[in-house]
Design a protein. Sequence first.
Length: 541
Amino acid sequence: MSKLLEINDLSVSFGRGIEEVQAVRGISFNIDRGETIALVGESGSGKSVSALSVMQLLPYPLAHHPKGSIKFNGEELIGTTDKRMRQLRGDDIAMIFQEPLSSLNPLHSIEKQISEALLLHKNITPHQVRARVIELLGLVGLNSAIERLGALPHEFSGGQQQRVMIAMALANHPELLIADEPTTALDVTVQAQVLKLMHDIQKRFSMSMLFITHDLGVVRRIADRVCVMSDGLIVEQGLTEKVFERPAHDYTKQLLAAEPKGEPAPAPAYAPSVIKGEKIKVWFPIKRGVLRRVVGHVKAVNGISVDVKRGQTLGVVGESGSGKSTLGRALIRLERSEGRITFDGHDIQGLQFKKLRPLRREMQIVFQDPYGSLSPRLSVGQIVEEGLLVHGLGGTFEERRTLIGEALQEVDLEPEMQYRYPHEFSGGQRQRIAIARALVLKPKFIVLDEPTSALDMSVQAQIVELLRDLQQKHDLAYMFISHDLKVVRAVSHEIIVMKEGQVIEAGPTAKVIDNPKEPYTQALMAAAFKIEADESGVVRI
């Protein structure tokens, strides 16, 4: 096979002189036509910087290449003109970015954003463009969005936003698709569908892929060869099967061994309830016509009751759009809802803002998208400090700095990092900052909305262990929302399974995961734990 992409002795640095930071140091690899190369490694290893170098999307001149070459179809990309790169981007080379909400334009409909690449690179009519957009949405499993072409990105769940990004990237059947954590925000069933979709499209059009991920299970399923990165270097590369079965480098062995394991400590017997929701309903109106009349409702949460006790973790699982995140936000009064909500013995559903505010310290949330939830204008220290200032905690400036440093250390970051800004961190590091912001207030209840989705395996294991330790130390109650059932099993005492705004199965974690009763739950477990399932979703062991 002929080489489509050739990267030779590539280095990437940020800054110059004594302030220079070497992000990538002399890496070399090739991608043949129709081949998939996986670039794996922990957060901050240089994976995404390498991919952005191919697209020439780094912040030049702050970022620069001290040495190296990137050739696409024999054409040198380093130093090429902006005009030529605009011709290549979105047509010959496409990229799926890691964080969909920060990559999608919040002011443009999904139809307009998917159409953009088609209109720029193809000479086709508006009718053909719309037909292609509808076809792409169907390909990525977003048939329900076809009736919502005019909807904005924030009206979709995290997983749905990621699928819109994938549709945009595949619009023109690029020769090279760079996928930077494309399945991070997807639930296990849709992840399997999307991986199969990308594999089928790749084979059909002989498309090459550079697949960046921290999920080694995904690498096994999709990659022909794998390059393992650590600290800006490729420490090992070779055929996927060989690297997985006979890793040569100690770092590769460490990665393969890293996975959230164990289970949470037993919940205290007869523990009091921290937060309780009874028949919670969150319905969003569907408005149409010139007068914007309500013609129906999206029943995001439809009559759900939950009870989270002190020292207990309630896992909430289900596909994207099932209502998991909406339920979590409704419980802590970040989403308007119907039903009764009791926190620490007090009915908080009817409380006005001023009366609810003192309780905010005791109920915190870690959002799914760390980049979107961290202000780019504030330093990490200011972000973590914000809650301390609002609630009058920490005393003097120096005392608050000490508390901030301790919170950062708890999530495996250096105290000195509080003086840096969010854009200076990798995706996984930003998620840890978001967790530190919640932990610094020592709350009683935390909603964790996909807190490990952006983290590599080894850091996932650290965060799970951290959450379990903190829970035992402080009797914390968690609602843990996730599509990663392996992580849910490691951290949750009880599980509820949601579908279309309703709970279809609930019970102790081991019982629901090992012996699911409902066909939908069986299909989820089959996708997550690689148990074979037939077309109806019934597990065949």
